[in-house]
Design a protein around this ligand. Structure first.
Ligand code: NAP
Length: 345
């Protein structure tokens, strides 16, 4: 018996903050674990693929749409399940809007995720790409996830250490892509203040505003101010945040590039190479505040890493614009930028 409402032939443009994409053959919202099981069972019985999405802030749909069942995650929940003098363990429903979670944890005086303020999307999406910003990443606070394992046909609990986390990456994006449907996450936060050093943009904000006590609320305020000043609000401007990952190059490639580009900014990484800011590479390749009439796409004037949909009609337009940027960066720096949002079709 099917209790949930399954809609047919639903435009997916409203399920990606880029506002592009064809129709889903079927779409259903789920609000709890048993509806996830029910939805997957229904897809299985109809021999259809299924995908679970949050707020669509990191998804690009193909123009032909999705041929199976799109499951929209509306599983809510924010619960302190264990607490002592310094530690707090929070269980979050996977569909809980992420920034609301950060706001509530900061109001409770907890540290651990406040630098991840204003990141769009749901709590359950954060482990997929090991979301991180301004020195914090979800792998540092995530203790377990609960997910439906399509391979085993049942729910299981995975420890954070089993999620294959690396820089903006996890097993959910790589070896086990499409296998797990995450329904809740547990975070370990602590009572107290985040510890310096902070990213220079954060430190500058503290200094400019005379902030001397580095509370979680102060760090959240700084990150919100920094992000709002340079990133477009997806509610007003169609975009999916950073469209490319910041590339990591090895030591030899770094030396070579520094020899050719004196002003190249970089941050050393433990392996000996460095992270490079993709935004700088894109600007240097000629795409600063670039408005592409042919495709209706543009780079955001204050952050070239963000591609915005000004009047694009199709995902093919977006991909054509993306390719222009990738080709130009490749030609100038011999670096292949990697797309960050997932293309689903
Ligand atoms: P940004 O702050 O200009 O940083 C660009 C690059 O420089 C990033 O790779 C960043 O490293 C690195 N960087 C800057 N200051 C650093 C420091 N003090 N120590 C070590 N590395 C430093 O770039 P942005 O693109 O506007 O992004 C702002 C923040 O949001 C960054 O932390 C970025 O990683 C994060 N972000 C995350 C995602 C995601 O999780 N998918 C998407 C977009 C942006 P890190 O990447 O290690 O921070």
């Amino acid at each position: 018996m099917i209790l949930m409402n399954i809609s047919q032939n639903v435009s997916l443009a409203g399920y990606s903050t880029m506002g592009l994409g064809g129709p889903a053959a079927y779409l259903a919202e789920v609000t709890n674990r048993s509806e996830v099981t029910e939805a997957l069972k229904w897809a299985g019985e109809h021999q259809l693929p299924a995908v679970m999405i949050g707020e669509g802030s990191n998804i690009i749909w193909g123009d032909s749409g999705y041929p199976g069942l799109v499951i929209v995650d509306k599983i809510r929940g924010y619960e302190v399940f264990e607490e002592d003098e310094t530690n707090v363990y929070l269980t979050l429903g996977s569909g809980e809007p992420w920034d609301e979670v950060v706001g509530r944890s900061v109001e409770a005086g907890l540290t651990g995720i406040e630098a991840l303020s204003l990141i769009p999307g749901t709590a359950g999406a954060t482990p997929i790409q090991n979301v991180g910003a301004y020195g914090q990443e979800i792998s540092q606070t995530l203790t377990t996830i609960e997910a439906f394992d399509a391979q085993k046909g049942d729910f299981l609990t995975l420890a954070g250490s089993d999620c294959g986390f690396s820089y903006r990456n996890s097993r959910f994006k790589t070896t086990d892509r499409g296998r797990f449907y995450i329904t809740s996450v547990v975070l370990h936060l602590t009572k107290g203040n985040p510890l310096p050093p902070f990213y220079s943009s954060v430190q500058e904000y503290f200094e400019e505003h005379g902030i001397k006590e580095y509370t979680p609320a102060a760090l959240r305020e700084a990150v919100i101010a920094i992000r709002s000043a340079k990133l477009p609000d997806p509610a007003l401007v169609r975009n999916t945040g950073s469209f490319f990952a910041n590339p990591i190059v090895d030591a030899a490639q770094l030396d070579y590039l520094r020899g050719r580009f004196e002003a190249l900014p970089y941050w050393p990484v433990e392996s000996g190479g460095a992270k490079l800011p993709a935004a700088w590479l894109i600007e240097q390749a000629g795409f600063k505040d670039y408005h592409d009439e042919a495709t209706g796409m543009a780079t955001w004037p204050r952050q070239a890493l963000v591609l915005v949909n000004e009047h694009a009609k199709t995902t093919a337009d977006l991909m054509a614009f993306k390719q222009k940027i990738v080709d130009a960066v490749q030609a100038k720096f011999e670096i292949t930028l990697q797309q960050e949002p997932e293309l689903l079709s």
